[in-house]
Ligand binder design. Structure first.
Ligand SMILES: Cc1cc2nc3c(=O)[nH]c(=O)nc-3n(C[C@H](O)[C@H](O)[C@H](O)COP(=O)(O)OP(=O)(O)OC[C@H]3O[C@@H](n4cnc5c(N)ncnc54)[C@H](O)[C@@H]3O)c2cc1C
Length: 460
């Protein structure tokens, strides 16, 4: 009698060919961890599809033989979001990395999911174009992976927000049963890929941030724009959190979301009352940029702040896409106590950081930072720790801090599997979570896709 895993291997090989399926220990090791303290979890097989039809076939076979399927983009997320919670089939989408079209007239770009932000940006720059929103995960992070977790980072978020915003126009998704669905104007066969909200409900919004539990994304169309020729970056220091808050409101209220592409604040445990602001200004015309710079200088001076040498901001914003590789030089990065919160609520996070982490637990390596987004912060605590010696301590502290912070005004971000935030989200059992479970059950009754990610197995 043929054992199940041999049968599954046969099925996978029939779909993609023997050279794109592996179960060798040596091949599986790199897929068993992510960039977080999450425990090692091995897939049984890694498969590299090259097109949506192969993904369709794999998902149909998964339903027939009832094996779980997990999806990996560039693998740079760090909250147990693609590690196999049960030994299953891991789809590595690395071969689906093409730029399908750059439409210079409509200002749209259509890509396969594993096209990286840096690859797209390099190509766009050749045409004097750019996609402004980006993250700091380096050259490996993919557009599909980013959008499926609704990411967003240092560059452009002040103006354009995270990937849930209007810059994602249409998506193509293979649903867990193998059906294919397109969203927005792409759903209308005789139209084109140019508009997000039309036809009816915004289905793209259902998949953005779903961490792959509702379908595998196989194509994305994004809004692109002319690149601005002049870069103005600024660094300023203010001496109280109230002033950081006032600066956040200044961006949102007095000058509108137009002003900055990115704005970031950072406070270090060695100097908890020195608040650093880094800014990347937005604008196409020199006069407009200079005006915006002048207004920021006036505001910083009104706050009693000090302008500093902008080199760190230049360095930071320029290397966001190409990779901040040196940040791994001294250990493993771990983010915790992270999420979205109102501008006025940042003192809550600061108090937890100062009292619970630095004073009570004596952790002198954990910094606090955040992106100023339109109307809110995306804030985080981050440390650089050593494995294996500090591993257990970090997990323990991060779990305790996550509990405290998420019982306050912070909305979690990056939910992931059993070593991520999913159990905290499940415990809150909100109406939102119940609806998500119903949608998941409807689209994936056998729970084959991303089993155990976002929603614990026992909740479905
Ligand atoms: C140093 C560093 C800095 C970072 N800075 C930021 C930041 O500023 N902002 C931020 O948001 N994140 C940040 N990240 C996290 C990470 O880089 C981003 O979340 C990145 O967008 C993930 O992309 P990825 O291709 O690596 O996705 P993966 O890690 O491979 O996947 C992310 C999630 O999406 C799912 N997924 C991937 N592809 C698909 C698909 N095609 N269809 C369906 N589901 C899919 C996965 O299962 C997983 O749940 C940072 C990471 C590092 C290491």
């Amino acid at each position: 009698m043929i054992v199940l895993s041999e049968r599954i291997e046969q099925v996978l090989v029939e779909i993609v060919g023997a050279d794109r399926v592996t179960s060798k220990d040596f091949d599986l090791i790199p897929y068993s961890r992510d960039l977080s303290p999450a425990k090692q979890k091995f897939p049984r097989f890694v498969v590299m599809p090259t097109n949506k039809e192969e993904i369709q076939e794999i998902l149909k076979a998964a339903n027939q033989h009832e094996f779980p399927v997990y999806v990996r983009g560039g693998g740079t997320s760090h909250w147990d979001a693609y590690l196999c919670q049960e030994p299953g089939v891991l789809l590595d989408l690395s071969l689906m990395n093409k730029i399908i079209e750059i439409n210079k007239r409509d200002l749209t770009a259509t890509v396969q999911p594993n096209c990286t932000w840096s690859k797209l940006d390099r190509e766009l720059q050749k045409h004097g174009l750019t996609y402004l929103c980006s993250e700091a995960g380096g050259p490996a992070m993919t557009i599909g992976g980013s959008v499926m977790k609704a990411g967003g980072g240092p560059h452009s978020t002040a103006k354009f927000g995270l990937h849930g915003n209007q810059d994602i126009i249409t998506l193509e998704i293979v649903l867990p049963n193998g059906d294919i669905v397109e969203t927005g104007s792409a759903a209308w066969p005789s139209a084109g890929k140019f508009k997000r909200q039309c036809l009816g409900p915004d289905l793209a919004g259902l998949f953005i941030g779903s961490e792959g539990i509702l379908g595998v994304c196989t194509e994305l169309t994004l809004r692109i724009r002319p690149v601005s020729s002049k870069k103005i970056r600024m660094v300023a220091i203010v001496d109280s959190l109230d002033k950081v808050i006032e600066f956040g409101h200044f961006i949102n209220r007095h000058v509108g979301d137009e002003y900055l592409q990115g704005s970031y604040f950072w406070v270090d445990p060695t100097a908890p009352d020195v608040f650093i602001l880094m800014m990347d200004l937005f604008g196409y015309e020199d006069e407009i940029l200079e005006f915006r710079k002048k207004r920021i200088i006036e505001k910083i001076s009104e706050l009693g702040g000090k302008l500093e040498d902008p080199t760190p901001a230049n360095d930071y914003y320029d290397r966001v896409l190409t990779g901040l590789t040196d940040i791994f030089a001294t250990g493993v990065w771990h983010f915790f106590g992270s999420g979205s919160l109102r501008i006025d609520d940042i003192p809550f996070l600061y108090k937890v950081w100062l009292e619970e982490i630095i004073e009570k637990r004596g952790m002198k390596t954990v910094g606090l930072g955040g992106q100023i987004l339109p109307r809110d912060w995306l804030a985080f605590m981050v440390t650089n720790y050593q494995e294996p010696s500090e591993w257990e301590q970090i997990i323990e502290i991060a779990d305790e801090i996550n509990e405290i912070v998420l019982n306050g005004p912070v909305v979690p971000y990056g939910i992931g599997g059993r070593d991520g935030l999913r159990n905290i989200v499940a415990k809150h059992n909100t109406g939102y979570y119940c609806l998500l479970k119903s949608i998941k059950k409807m689209l994936d009754p056998k729970n084959i896709l991303q089993r155990g990610i976002f929603i614990p197995e026992e909740d479905l």
